[in-house]
Design a protein around this ligand. Structure first.
Ligand code: BGP
Length: 487
């Protein structure tokens, strides 16, 4: 196997999908606290009260709070992220299991509203800081390097109500205050930071049929996050020159469905809009040439200042990190054979099979992505999410047989190995949802990714008991053999 001696093997979770304890120790709310469960067919809903006091629900994707409305938790609704898998109270037990598997890296996120409950306090919430310090110390004690996402889809709800969803320049300073606090408090404990999880989602999941106003908002939202991210990179380096700062991109490999030159061109433009736009700004420190075309297509006029341009140039990433689950075929021809549920994942690729949630299974696409991206930026890469969301069955004796999960990871690790052999500087692999957690897309528990099973269910029941699946023992061999033993 080609992996370096100090390659990081591990797994990943996110605060809002794992911690639970949503209203404990002074934490403020985030959007996920007013978001219900859903399924592949039914979207997750946000709950709010309109200006006349009526209880309302709306699909959470691309939701904008109407004027005069307020987000609200309703007693007769179930909010899966409220308890999640209660990592907040189980972290010691969970870290012991990760150590047993041989993890050398664990990716987790900080909930902004545990540190600044409304985002606008002058002083941080000490209980939030103490909690994360204990988690990082526990990891250190167990020889596991933390990889910390600063923002994983969880802006404090109070800011969302006041300033909309990153549509206000004031977010940049508020985010700066938050990152200064965590860089200072956790100096020496954390060295690997990711500024915004899947920052490109704002634009790559926006359908071409969306209105010009939606595109205007999406590109503006992204611009403020790019500046906030670049500023975090600069400040992260100032506070601790040993900090390694990374972007985090939702990595999708796009293929043209046919050799029609129009499909090839369309595919290239899909890469530019969905993947390269966000990577180029963050890794090359400036907007690419094709940005003007993307903006012009939808009459987008951005608020970009001279200072923003300077900040982008000063905040280039040390590493490129990404999630990888699937590939998508795109075409300019009429084709109704689309895949996915309430979110579209392109047209069906006849050469691939699909998961129960409509995600294309394609390890070759990971090799393609790794080689494409490394050739573009030539900085270290990390695969920080990869995994199979699947139904698991607990047998009567408590065992969980999940050969499908082992097959999935084995094939993706082999693909990484070939890319490394071909010269890609890949330094880490953290599988998604190494401990079962709440799905971000559907809010389900039954869409399980873990090597560790958690007794928690979609109807809110469960004991939170943890169990080792068969894949737990398999991944342990992988970690301990540095990827050599994949049998
Ligand atoms: C990514 C997110 C994660 C995670 C994963 C799997 O988009 O960064 O938060 O949830 O996808 O998606 P899902 O939970 O919808 O299966």
């Amino acid at each position: 196997m080609a992996f370096k001696k100090n390659f990081f093997w591990g797994g990943a979770i996110a605060a809002n999908q794992a911690e639970g304890a949503w209203n404990v120790d002074g934490r403020g709310m985030a959007k996920t606290d007013v978001t219900t469960g859903g399924s592949v067919k039914a979207p997750r809903m946000v709950t709010y009260v309109d200006k006349d006091g009526n209880k309302c629900k709306a699909p959470s994707h691309h939701f904008t709070l109407p004027d005069g409305a307020h987000y609200q938790v309703f007693e007769d609704e179930l909010y899966p992220n409220h308890d999640a898998i209660d990592f907040y109270h189980h972290y010691k037990e969970d870290i012991a299991l990760l150590k047993e598997m041989g993890f050398t890296m664990f990716r987790l996120s900080i909930s902004w509203s545990r540190i600044y409950p409304t985002g606008e306090e002058d002083k941080p919430n000490q209980a939030g800081i103490d909690y994360y310090r204990s988690v990082f110390e526990e990891l250190k004690k167990n020889g596991i390097e933390p990889l910390v996402s600063i923002w994983h889809f969880d802006t404090p709800l109070a800011l969302e109500e006041k300033y909309g969803d990153w549509l206000d320049r004031r977010y940049i300073d508020l985010y700066e205050k938050y990152v200064r606090t965590i860089f200072t408090e956790f100096k020496g404990l954390v060295h690997y930071w990711l500024t915004f999880n899947e920052i490109n989602n704002t634009i790559n999941f926006l359908p071409d049929t969306a209105s010009d106003e939606d595109f205007q908002n999406a590109y503006q939202h992204l611009h403020y996050q790019f500046v906030a991210s670049a500023r975090a990179v600069r400040i992260g380096h100032e506070i601790d020159p040993e900090n390694m700062m990374g972007c985090m991109i939702c990595g999708i490999t796009y293929y043209p469905l046919t050799p029609d030159p129009k499909d090839i061109l369309h595919c290239q433009h899909t890469w530019e809009k969905g993947i390269f736009y966000s990577g180029d700004v963050q890794c090359l420190g400036k907007y690419p040439t094709y940005a003007k075309r993307l903006w012009d297509e939808h009459n987008v006029k951005l608020d970009i200042t001279e200072q923003d341009i300077e900040e982008l140039a000063q905040g280039k990433m040390d590493m490129y990190t990404f999630s990888y689950y699937m590939t998508q075929a795109v075409t300019t021809h009429k084709n109704d054979d689309v895949v996915g549920g309430n979110m579209s994942f392109g047209v069906r690729n006849p050469y691939l099979t699909y998961s129960d949630w409509g995600w294309a299974l394609d390890p070759d696409g990971l090799q393609y992505y790794l080689e494409m991206i490394y050739n573009r930026y030539e900085i270290p890469l990390m695969v920080v999410e990869n995994g199979l969301g699947a139904f698991d069955t607990v047998e009567e004796d408590g065992s969980i047989h999940d050969p499908y999960r082992v097959d999935y990871h084995r094939a993706h690790i082999k693909a990484m190995d070939v890319a490394v052999e071909n010269g890609v500087d890949l330094i880490a692999y953290t599988t998604w949802g190494c401990i079962d957690l709440v799905s971000a897309g559907t809010g389900e528990m039954r869409k399980r990714y873990g090597f560790i099973y958690v007794d928690k269910h979609d109807d809110g029941t469960g004991t939170f008991e943890r169990k080792r699946k068969d894949s737990f023992y398999w991944y342990k061999k992988v970690c301990e053999s540095n990827g050599a033993d994949l049998d």
